[in-house]
Design a protein around this ligand. Structure first.
Ligand SMILES: O=C(O)CCC(=O)C(=O)O
Length: 270
């Protein structure tokens, strides 16, 4: 495997169907989630809620002690416009505990109701992060399973909620998923461009792209294979991602995870 990105990795020959809102999620949609490993809604957050989340993320970047902040390799933070610092950021992590607007997002009623239904249990936030894919070089997040990053028992259900804060398109790096792969167990990951599934193992013929408008969301299972291509456009592709587990879930030793997902994942973060 090389560190260049094979162009065939994100085929996008199929698009995910979108429900209008979380209110449309009933028993049939929950069954569909169980079978496919994901469901997507066009409208989860209002425009003003999206603005509040972006303002919260911008505040976090100005006070980096309030979270972990990684800039893109090419970005020089001191040279960025202070009002647009997010345009150089690749990833922010661990902000909900420090920023009130982001804490409120993690408690959003439509998110908690939907996640409780999909988890089949009372949800507790286990991870919060934002991958921002700035224009003109926001990096790929290669194909992976999120459970490869979490020190929890393998059988514990995990629901991820990925929320578009700008229009997420096929060209600027929207989410791609392989439907049904959550039923096929854990896959060994390797550190290449990231901690990822080997490019040659990705079943690209199953690729389904999930373009979303701002405020739209993807709910997905912690074992679903998913990834996002680089942003090669001049438009922003900012998104926030929350992961929930059932209340009472205990942490397990990192060694247990590495045994299943591969020893190269020792210090990997989602
Ligand atoms: O926002 C992205 O580009 C991908 C996020 C993701 O899949 C992850 O961090 O697990």
């Amino acid at each position: 495997m090389t560190n260049t990105i094979p162009t065939t990795l994100y085929r996008a020959e199929r698009l995910a169907p979108l429900l209008d809102s979380a209110d449309d999620i009933g028993d049939a949609e929950t069954d569909s989630y169980r079978g496919l490993g994901f469901l997507a809604v066009r409208s989860l957050l209002t425009d003003s809620e999206v603005r509040g989340v972006l303002d919260g993320l911008a505040a976090v970047v100005r006070t980096p002690s309030a979270a972990s902040v990684d800039f893109e390799k090419w970005a020089q933070p001191q040279e960025l416009d202070p009002d647009n610092l997010l345009d150089g950021v690749r990833k922010l992590q661990g902000f909900c505990a420090h920023e009130p607007r982001l804490a409120e997002l993690a408690r959003h009623p439509a998110i908690l109701t939907t996640v409780a239904r999909l988890l089949g249990a009372e949800p507790v936030l286990t991870q919060d992060m934002a991958l921002l894919k700035p224009p003109g070089g926001g990096r790929e997040k290669p194909w992976h399973q999120d459970k490869a990053f979490f020190d929890i028992p393998l059988g514990t259900p995990v629901v991820g909620v990925w929320i578009a804060l700008d229009e997420a398109t096929i060209d600027n790096g929207c989410m791609h998923v392989l439907p049904g792969t959550h039923e096929e167990g854990p896959v060994v990951h390797f550190v290449r461009r990231d901690f990822q599934i080997c490019d040659t193992e990705v079943q690209t013929h199953r690729d389904t792209a999930v373009p979303l408008p701002p405020g739209g969301a993807l709910f997905f299972d912690g074992l679903l294979h998913h990834g996002t291509p680089p942003n090669l456009t001049e438009t922003r592709r900012r998104a926030v991602q929350l992961h929930y587990v059932p209340a009472g879930t205990v942490r397990t030793p990192t060694e247990d995870r590495l045994e299943v997902f591969g020893a190269e994942g020792k210090d990997a973060t989602c």
